[in-house]
Structure formats: C-alpha cells, structure tokens
Design a protein around this ligand. Structure first.
Ligand SMILES: [Zn+2]
Ligand SMILES: [Zn+2]
Ligand SMILES: [Zn+2]
Length: 141
C-alpha cells in the first residue's frame, strides 16, 4: 500500500520535535496507534501533555483521524485521503478492522460504511464501524 509522504508544512503545522517524531512514527506503521503506543515507541522522550497536544493539532488539521478500538480505546491513523481540514468532528466513512490475532487495527480505506437511515429527529454526527476478525497478514500461511 503506497501513500504520498506528508509533511507538516502541508498542514500548516510548525515543525516541533514532538510533531516530527510522531508523524514519522505514524508513517512507519500500517496500523493505528494509541497515545500510549506512541509514548512508548518514542521511549517517553515527550511528556503525555505534549503528545496529547500534538495528536490534537494533527486531528484538527486533517493529518490523522480517530480509530475507535474494541476495548474502548482510541487509536490514531494517518488520513490517506484528503479530508476537511480544520473541521469539527473530523470523520471518515471507511471501515476499521481489528485483528484478534495480532491485535492491530487498520484502516480499510476502500470499504465504506453503508449509509444508515435514522429515525426522525436523530442527527448523525459521526459513525464508526469496527470489524473484528483475522487480518490479511495473519491469514497468510
Ligand atoms: Zn482525515
Ligand atoms: Zn493480524
Ligand atoms: Zn481509518
């Protein structure tokens, strides 16, 4: 799966050491990472608040999006398609897949969440669909 290399300046983000590290970490993984994963992978070079703020700025600039995980955790994945920058409720309509075997959660950009008809007076803000099973890597013999 190839995707173009993103740079912070494309997203109006000033390059700070933490932003640079977090971006390259996300780019080197094909699956979503939680804030805890990121802190750990960066061997706690940055404190929680700095990492949190970095993720928040990435989210609002449309560089990454949230991935809801099965255990109530939130993970983050790079946006591989152009999305509305600076918007609230930053949201994609692709499906996420959680593998029971390796525990990784990946974006299935080409698989879209079907549209759902809500009863009257219910307004959709975002929808999330997590499919659980065995991923393509774990399914290989
Ligand atoms: Zn996005
Ligand atoms: Zn797997
Ligand atoms: Zn995704």
């Amino acid at each position: 799966m190839e995707h173009k290399v993103l740079s912070l300046s494309d997203f109006d983000l000033r390059p700070t050491p933490c932003r640079i590290e977090v971006l390259s970490l996300l780019q080197s993984h094909e699956y979503a990472l939680s804030q805890g994963d990121i802190e750990q992978e960066l061997s706690n070079q940055f404190d929680r608040v700095t990492v949190y703020r970095t993720l928040k700025s990435f989210l609002s600039q449309g560089l990454i999006h949230k991935v809801l995980d099965d255990i109530g955790g939130i993970k983050y994945a790079l946006c591989k398609e152009l999305c509305h920058q600076g918007g609230h409720a930053h949201q994609h309509d692709h499906v996420h897949f959680k593998c029971d075997q390796c525990g990784q959660t990946t974006c299935l950009e080409l698989v879209h969440i079907p549209s759902i008809n809500l009863p009257a007076n219910f307004t959709k803000k975002e929808s999330n669909l997590l499919i659980q099973g065995i991923c393509n890597l774990c399914n290989q013999p």
